[in-house]
Design a protein around this ligand. Structure first.
Ligand SMILES: NC(=O)c1ccc[n+]([C@@H]2O[C@H](COP(=O)([O-])OP(=O)(O)OC[C@H]3O[C@@H](n4cnc5c(N)ncnc54)[C@H](O)[C@@H]3O)[C@@H](O)[C@H]2O)c1
Length: 306
């Protein structure tokens, strides 16, 4: 099987490429990534079953012909950047997905689109796949737009496409602009741990390896046109995450520094994962287990993030 992974030099894409090469000895991976600031050449695995192509997902001539399935991780992903300037988010996250859908339609390829729990917006109870979309920032609005485009291609062209919506990921290879990787790298260096607002925003954290196995389950057993939520079921306030990291690293809580809140900061994301559990998948890591592994990786790979 030849799998095309787009965005495979970024955080989750890199972990997914590792996952495929480790678990599917017969699989080859074609990795398409534009290498934006978030894509890292150092992440690219040297393996004869892995081919890297530096291209934009908006490129109409992407070589999809020899792939059996296209899994799209490529996106602009940082909410704060989308609040500063959103045009590149519209281009990559919506027009890029439209281009991939067209390629899949013309070449009759299966398409898996990686989306996010942020499309449901801030919620007080767990969102199901059928819950209304209520994105609260430009990033999540572009992801919601792309999700609707994917569903329209299933309905209109009978395209074999599926969507995963995962909760916040953490783990190895995450750019230190994101919460957990920033907290860990700052704590290692005894630098302040910046926490937005009062730190009471809640996210449902998933260790990235668990998301990879969830995506795998959806690729193998998911039904055409369906959406699958994927979460670790480890809901935690941001300030509690900071305290857990400091405890593992044996550092003082006085390093926590509350900073001015993000505009329109969503209070809580929460996912109902009943549907994907029916595919036989469940998350394996508690937040403590995942944080231990992640911290160890950042301690052993200072050259990667410094
Ligand atoms: N990180 C999370 O917590 C999280 C949670 C839910 C969903 N997601 C989704 O998972 C996917 C991967 O997220 P991530 O955290 O790994 O992101 P990331 O920012 O670490 O990586 C994104 C990758 O996409 C590439 N890219 C961006 N625009 C591109 C384009 N136009 N053409 C080709 N490549 C391009 C970048 O170079 C980078 O390698 C995204 O679609 C994101 O919306 C992420």
């Amino acid at each position: 099987m030849n799998i095309m992974v787009t965005g495979g030099a970024g955080f989750i894409g890199t972990n997914f490429v590792h996952y495929v090469l480790k678990n599917y000895p017969d699989a080859t991976v074609t990795n398409v990534d534009k290498l934006t600031y978030a894509g890292n050449k150092k992440n690219l695995v040297k393996d004869k079953r892995h081919i890297f192509i530096r291209r934009d997902i908006c490129d109409k001539n992407l070589p999809v012909e020899n792939s059996d399935i296209i899994i799209n991780f490529a996106a602009e992903t940082h909410v704060d950047r989308s609040i500063q300037e959103s045009s590149i988010f519209v281009k990559s996250n919506i027009l890029g997905v439209q281009n991939l859908l067209e390629l899949c339609r013309r070449h009759n390829k299966k398409f898996i689109h990686i989306s996010t729990d942020e499309v449901y917006g801030s919620v007080s109870k767990p969102s199901k796949e059928s819950s209304i979309l209520n994105p609260g920032n430009p990033y999540s609005a572009t992801k919601a737009g792309a999700d609707l485009l994917v569903l329209s291609y299933v309905n209109t062209y009978n395209l074999d496409a599926l969507i995963t919506r995962s909760s916040n990921n953490y783990g190895p290879y995450q750019n230190p602009e994101k919460l957990i990787s920033k907290l860990i790298t700052n704590a290692i260096q005894d630098m302040p741990l910046p926490i937005y607002g009062n730190g009471k925003n809640v996210r449902d954290w998933i260790f990235v390896e668990d998301n990879c196995s969830g995506i795998d389950a959806v690729c193998r057993k998911g039904k055409k046109g369906e959406i699958y939520n994927i979460a670790g079921k480890q809901e935690c306030q941001n300030v509690v995450i900071a305290k857990k990291i400091l405890l593992i690293l044996n550092k003082m809580e006085t390093l926590i520094q509350f900073v001015q809140d993000r505009p329109g900061h969503d209070q809580k994301y929460s996912l109902d994962i009943t549907k994907i559990k029916k595919l036989g998948w469940k998350p394996k890591h508690t937040i403590e287990q995942g944080l231990e592994k992640t911290i160890e990786w950042y301690q052993q790979n200072t050259g990667w993030w410094k």
